[in-house]
Design a protein around this ligand. Structure first.
Ligand code: ADP
Length: 586
C-alpha cells in the first residue's frame, strides 16, 4: 500500500461539495429538510416511549420537562394522553417517519444519478474540447477508466456520503433526546464515542489509500482490455493469446485483492465499533442504576437510545469509510475537469465558416519543442505552399513530418514562428476556424461503424446524395455505388469490412466533401498496393489547380506528381526541389 499522507477533514469533504455545487439549490435544501424531518420524527418517537412506559408502569407520570411538553402537546391537540392515545400517536409518528424516509431515499438516488451524469458529461465535453497536446499524451485507458469506472465509484461514494449525512442528523436528534433524559450520561457517552472515533482513525486513512490503489488497478484493467483488443491480430499471429489472458487474470486478481483488503478493514472497523459500543452500553447501564440512580422508565429509554445509537454510529462510520474509499476517484475526476478546462481550445467558429487560400500558405520559421524532448521536433522550418499546388514532404522517421501536419491543422501551436495564410498571421485563437478549412487523410483511416453515407455526412451533414456521389467519383471511390446496398453499406467496426484501398478512397471522398482549402494526405498511401496508389495519384492530379495539397509520402508515384518536394531531416528542411523549376534549393 502506498504511504500516502493522511488527508485532513477539508481534503476529505471539499470534493463532496465540489461534486454537488452545480446542482440547483432547492432540491438540495429539500433533501436536507427531508433528512432532518426523518430524524426529528424518529427522535420524538423515542421520547414518546417514556410516557408509554410510565403508563405501563402503574400510570405514573415522568418529571422530565421535554416529555411533559410532549404530553401537553397531545392535550392541546385534543388527543387523550392515556396508553391508547400515546400508542396511537407513536404509530402515527412511525408512519410519518417511514413516508419521509421513502421520500428521502428516492431524492438521494435521484440526486446521485443526476450528479454523476452531469460530471460524466462534463468530463467528456472537456476532453473533447481540450488541446490535442494534452489529450494525445494520455493513454486511452486513462480516459475510459475515468468516464466509466471511476465515475461509477463516485456515484456509489456520493450515495454513502449522503447516507452518512442523514445518519449524522439522526444521531444528533437522538443525542438531543438522550440529553433531555440524562445530560451527564449522554455527555459521557459522547466523549467515549469520540475516543472510539480517534482509535478508528487508522481505518479511515487506510480506506483512502486503498482507494488510490483501486484507481491504479482499474486503470491497469482498462489498459489491458484496450491493448489486447487493439493488438489481438498481432497476438494471434505471435501465438500470444495466453500472455494477454495471463495479464488480464493478473489485473483482475490485483483488483480483487485490493477490494478484499478494503472490505476486511471495513469489517474490522465495524466489529471494533460494535464491541467497543456494547462495552460502553453495559458500563452505562451499570452506572445509571448504581451511580446516577436514573428512574427506570428514563433509564430504559436511555438504554434504548444508546443501543439504537450504536448501529447508527457504526453505519455512519462505515458510510464515511466508503466515501473515503471513493475519494481518490472524486479527486481525479475533479482534477481532470480542472486541467482540461485550463487547456481548452479556443471557441469553435460559427457553422459553415470558410477560409479560402488565394495565394499561399507559409510555414514561417516554425519551431516545435516537446516538453519531453531535448531536441526540437521542428527547427526554424520555412516552407511555402503555393495555392492550388501539390507539395510533398518526405524524410526519415522522426524527421518532424507529423509534427508539421499537426501545426498546419492547428492541432498544436508552434513554440516559435507562425503560419501565414495569404500573408495573414494565423492567431492561436483562430485555429479552429482554420481547421474547418483543412481536411486530412491519414494512413490509419478511421471509419465509424455505420453506413458509408453516415461516414461521409460527418464531413458535411447537409450534403445531398448527389454531393456524396460526386465526392465518391472524384475520389475514385465510385465502387461504393456498385455495392449491393450502395451508400447504405455498413463499414464494420473501424471499417474492417472494406479493403485498405477502399477505406482510403472513402476517406478521401469524405475529405473532399469538406471542400477544404488545404488537403493533407499524411502517409495515406503507405499501406496501399501500387494499383490503389496509382488511383489516388490520379485523383491528386485532377485536384491540381483546385485545392492546395500537402502530401507526406515516400512513394515515388506520389512524389513524382508533386510540384515541389521538401525533404525534412531532424526537424530541419534539408532540400527543396521545385519540379516546375527543377533546381535544388538548400
Ligand atoms: P515523423 O512524423 O517524421 O516520424 P514526428 O513529427 O512524429 O516525426 O516526430 C518528430 C520528433 O518529435 C521525434 O523525435 C518524436 O519522438 C518527437 N515527438 C513527436 N511527438 C511527440 C510528443 N507528443 N511528445 C514528445 N515528443 C514527440
Amino acid at each position: 500500500m502506498n504511504p500516502l499522507p493522511r488527508p485532513d477533514l477539508r481534503t476529505r469533504f471539499t470534493p463532496l461539495w465540489h461534486l454537488l455545487r452545480d446542482e440547483k439549490r432547492w432540491p438540495l435544501a429539500r433533501l436536507a429538510l427531508l433528512m432532518l424531518l426523518t430524524a426529528v420524527a424518529e427522535g420524538v418517537g423515542l421520547l414518546l416511549l417514556v410516557p408509554i412506559i410510565d403508563q405501563v408502569q402503574l400510570g405514573t407520570a415522568s418529571a422530565n420537562p421535554l416529555v411533559n411538553h410532549l404530553v401537553q402537546g397531545m392535550h392541546w391537540l385534543g388527543i387523550p394522553a392515556g396508553l391508547g392515545g400515546l400508542l396511537l400517536v407513536f404509530l402515527g409518528l412511525v408512519a410519518v417517519r417511514e413516508i419521509l424516509r421513502f421520500q428521502r431515499d428516492t431524492e438521494t438516488l435521484r440526486l446521485q444519478t443526476q450528479v454523476i451524469d452531469h460530471h460524466r458529461t462534463r468530463c467528456f465535453e472537456r476532453i473533447m474540447r481540450a488541446e490535442w497536446v494534452l489529450v494525445s499524451a494520455k493513454p486511452h485507458a486513462y480516459y475510459s477508466n475515468m468516464l466509466i469506472t471511476d465515475i461509477n465509484r463516485i456515484g456509489q461514494g456520493l450515495r454513502f456520503a449522503l447516507n452518512a449525512l442523514s445518519t449524522l442528523m439522526l444521531m444528533l436528534i437522538s443525542l438531543v433526546a438522550a440529553l433531555a433524559l440524562s445530560p451527564i450520561m449522554t455527555l459521557v457517552a459522547l466523549v467515549s464515542v469520540l475516543v472510539l472515533l480517534a482509535v478508528l482513525g487508522k481505518f479511515r486513512a487506510q480506506a483512502t489509500a486503498l482507494g488510490h490503489d483501486l484507481s491504479g488497478s482499474n486503470r491497469a484493467i482498462h489498459g489491458c482490455v484496450q491493448e489486447s483488443l487493439n493488438g489481438l491480430k498481432l497476438a494471434k499471429l505471435l501465438a500470444g493469446e495466453t500472455r494477454l489472458l495471463d495479464r488480464f487474470r493478473h489485473g483482475i486478481a490485483d483488483l480483487r485483492r485490493r477490494q478484499l483488503q478494503f472490505q476486511r478493514g471495513s469489517a474490522a472497523a465495524s466489529a471494533g465499533l460494535q464491541l467497543g459500543g456494547a462495552t460502553l452500553l453495559v458500563l452505562f447501564l451499570y452506572g445509571g442504576v448504581r451511580i446516577w440512580h436514573v428512574p427506570l422508565a428514563e433509564l430504559a429509554v436511555l438504554a434504548l437510545i444508546l443501543a439504537r445509537l450504536l448501529p447508527l454510529f457504526s453505519g455512519l462510520h462505515q458510510n464515511t469509510l466508503q466515501w473515503l474509499h471513493a475519494l481518490p476517484a472524486a479527486q481525479d475526476i475533479l482534477a481532470l475537469q480542472r486541467t482540461h478546462r485550463i487547456a481548452a481550445e479556443p471557441a469553435p467558429p460559427p457553422a459553415g465558416s470558410r477560409w479560402p487560400v488565394r495565394h499561399d500558405i507559409l510555414v514561417d520559421n516554425v519551431s516545435v519543442q516537446y516538453d519531453a524532448r531535448q531536441q526540437p521536433a521542428l527547427d526554424r522550418v520555412r516552407i511555402l505552399l503555393p495555392a492550388g499546388r501539390i507539395t510533398a514532404i518526405t524524410g526519415p522517421s522522426g524527421a518532424g513530418k507529423s509534427t508539421l501536419v499537426d501545426v498546419l491543422t492547428g492541432l498544436i501551436v508552434p513554440t516559435s514562428g507562425s503560419i501565414r495564410i495569404d500573408g495573414v498571421l494565423l492567431q492561436p485563437e483562430q485555429r479552429l476556424h482554420w481547421r474547418r478549412a483543412v481536411a486530412c487523410v491519414q494512413q490509419d483511416t478511421f471509419l465509424f461503424n455505420t453506413s458509408i453515407r453516415e461516414n461521409l455526412l460527418w464531413a458535411r451533414p447537409d450534403a445531398t446524395d448527389a454531393d456524396l456521389h460526386e465526392a465518391l467519383v472524384r475520389a475514385a471511390a465510385d465502387f461504393v455505388l456498385t455495392l449491393p446496398t450502395g451508400l447504405d453499406t455498413v463499414t464494420g467496426d473501424r471499417g474492417v469490412q472494406l479493403s485498405g484501398g477502399e477505406r482510403q478512397r472513402i476517406a478521401l471522398a469524405r475529405a473532399l466533401l469538406v471542400q477544404p482549402s488545404l488537403l493533407i494526405l499524411d502517409e495515406a498511401t503507405s499501406a496501399l498496393d501500387a494499383q490503389n496508389e496509382q488511383r489516388i495519384a490520379t485523383v491528386l492530379e485532377r485536384l491540381r489547380g483546385q485545392i492546395t495539397v500537402l502530401i507526406i509520402s515516400h512513394r515515388s508515384a506520389l512524389l513524382k506528381r508533386a510540384d515541389q518536394v521538401v525533404e525534412l531531416e531532424q526537424g530541419r528542411v534539408r532540400t527543396t526541389i521545385d519540379h516546375r523549376h527543377p533546381a535544388v534549393m538548400t
